[in-house]
Design a protein around this ligand. Structure first.
Ligand SMILES: [Zn+2]
Length: 406
């Protein structure tokens, strides 16, 4: 969400190095700036339709919208593509009632217009794949940005709080208010919880009624909502001028509630937008699924603890859920078996092979075994017998869902 971000452009080598570093140091690497974007995208991923998942996959290949290199790509290209800088925000004066295209629009170079433009581009099957890929990367980032109140407001030309120094709690060095809302508040509330688990926790708190309400409205409505929050929360108790004030516990607690709410809204809104973008027709170039090849039945829910039910469902697409007792790689590293509470030895395993390990480790904060230990999970896939033992092979990230962390 960094508005005045000057991060280095990630070249391929750097991206590769980054992946290695993530594996080594899951918590610290993206602790600044990018977290909010990844969280919005992780929540959205939980809510994408199958068509949207397929559409995203067609454009991004093995990458995911929640990968840091995708979610923060728009911040990383700002240096070489200067004209994109104003696309991350819209400066609505804090004392104005609402967005005014004529006054605040900067000739359509603002986050509202760009969300609308890039959503159209993503949905446009006649546009080139490269154009749609970039549009998707801009879109997932900007839907995150627009939820940050200081990306939708300014006061006395402070560039969305970038020009206003404050003290965050007892920290000795003053920082700018925009940075506090991009990073400090979230980090303070999240603590050392890995991003994925934190995002899942937030997602679980979203009620269906909230999701329905948040998904409605336009990008302009979302910006006006952020602008309202800037007026009623962000700038309250922060005088426009004078020496830097201290943001105390009361301010930070309230702010953290707002930040979490905005991240949840961002995830819901991004999913709704992408679901619409990809709903119109099958992705260009993709083979339309023939009616015969489409599974005619939805996966059936099977109770892991019921041996007979497992046997009866053999060969079918199933959904199973339970608490993980162990998730360990074999000594040679050739297979990981996930075993569940309440099942006897050899009753059921979920299985992961080394070729999928980097993707799973990456999604699960560097170590999938650690993330699964004691967690409640839901697994979707084809139930099959291996050496007389029912198992599901995890080939794709979306087959595994952590519903409650361990
Ligand atoms: Zn941004």
């Amino acid at each position: 969400m960094t508005r005045l971000c000057h991060r280095k452009i990630l070249g391929n080598m750097k991206a590769l190095l980054t992946l290695i570093l993530i594996a080594l140091s899951p918590v610290t690497l993206f602790a600044w700036g990018g977290d909010g974007h990844q969280i919005v995208c992780l929540i959205a991923e939980e809510r994408l339709s199958p068509a949207a998942k397929a559409g995203v996959h067609e454009l991004l290949g093995s990458q995911h919208i929640s990968d840091a290199v995708v979610a923060s790509w728009a911040d990383n290209v700002r240096r070489e593509r200067r004209e994109t800088a104003p696309w991350h925000y819209v400066d609505i004066p804090v004392d104005a009632p609402a967005f005014d295209e004529h006054r605040d629009g900067k000739d359509h170079n603002n986050v509202i217009d760009k969300i609308n433009d890039f959503a159209k581009m993503v949905a446009d099957r006649d546009a080139s794949k490269a154009e749609r890929r970039d549009a998707l990367k801009f879109l997932v980032h900007f839907v995150g940005d627009i939820q940050q109140p200081l990306h939708c407001a300014e006061r006395d030309h402070d560039k969305g709080g970038n020009g206003r120094l404050v003290f965050f709690l007892d920290q000795p060095r003053a920082v700018n208010l925009h940075f506090v809302w991009d990073t400090s508040i979230l980090l303070h509330r999240k603590g050392t919880t890995p991003i994925l688990l934190y995002a899942i926790k937030l997602n679980d708190k979203i009620s269906p009624e909230q999701a329905a309400q948040w998904a409605s409205g336009t990008a302009e409505d979302w910006a006006n909502e952020g602008h309202d929050l800037a007026r009623t929360v962000v700038y309250v108790g922060v005088p426009a001028h004078g020496s830097p004030p201290k943001l105390d516990e009361t301010y930070v607690d309230r702010a953290a509630d707002v930040v979490e709410q905005q991240l949840k809204k961002g995830g819901v809104r991004l999913a709704a937008l992408l679901n619409r973008c990809f709903a119109i027709a099958p992705p260009s170039g993709a083979v339309a699924p023939s009616p015969q090849s489409e599974p005619t039945t939805r996966p059936i829910v099977v109770d892991l603890k019921d041996r007979d039910a497992l046997r009866a469902a053999m060969g079918s697409e199933v959904i199973v859920s339970g608490t993980v007792v162990t998730a360990e790689w074999s000594r040679t590293g050739s297979v990981m078996r996930i075993e569940f509470e309440g099942t006897e030895k050899s009753q059921f395993y979920a299985v992961l092979f080394p070729r999928q390990r980097p993707a799973f480790d990456k999604k699960y904060a560097g170590d999938v075994t650690k993330a699964l230990s004691g967690a409640e999970v839901r697994i979707t896939g084809k139930l099959q017998l291996y050496r007389d033992r029912p198992e599901i092979i995890l080939d794709r990230l979306d087959q595994l869902e952590v519903t409650k962390r361990g």
